[in-house]
Design a protein around this ligand. Sequence first.
Ligand code: VGL
Ligand code: ZN
Length: 202
Amino acid sequence: MKALLLVDIQNDFCPNGALPVPKGDEVVPVANALMNKFNLVVATQDWHPKGHISFASTHNKKPGDIIYINGIMQILWPDHCIQNSKGADFHPHLNRQKITKVIYKGTDPLIDSYSGFFDNAKQKQTELDDFLKKHNIKKIFLVGLATDYCVKFTALDGVELGYETYVIIDGCRAVNINPQDEEKAIQEMKASGVKIITREQI
Ligand code: VGL
Ligand code: ZN
């Protein structure tokens, strides 16, 4: 069985959002068109409390600054995806009808979570792995935002957890804080066993 994983297709990661991913909204029609080809569609939602540790404002610092929390590097972001805010909502054109499960992440005020499976310290798991196993999913296909953060870390964990993991690269967009970040993320994913494909290969 195979699942389509929609990674953080939320207003704040789209143009005019709080943490805009360039052309982030372009993943929406790709996601919508692919949903019918899968046994299961699962979505992750970045879902932070106010004052989250990943927010620059929490530390009186600037977005892009870096701090270390318990030895883990944390890039500081603008306030984004605050629980129940408009910015945290899915993009209005995303077809929610086919989404059978939503996985919330980044809910712990004291630790960030890029991956849909684990927090950044790998201390706590979300429901995602259990849910996929319960539905006998062996292959996961990722689309969404952002290639160089949440897509990458979700894909790397997917491989580690034993899923045959595909990233549909034309259904993803990168933040590219540094211009080479997308390319680096792709190389890192490939080296870890993630299969990088395009939508026509589905
Ligand atoms: C993300 C930065 C902060 C993402 C989430 O969804 O890629 N990036 N929070
Ligand atoms: Zn976040």
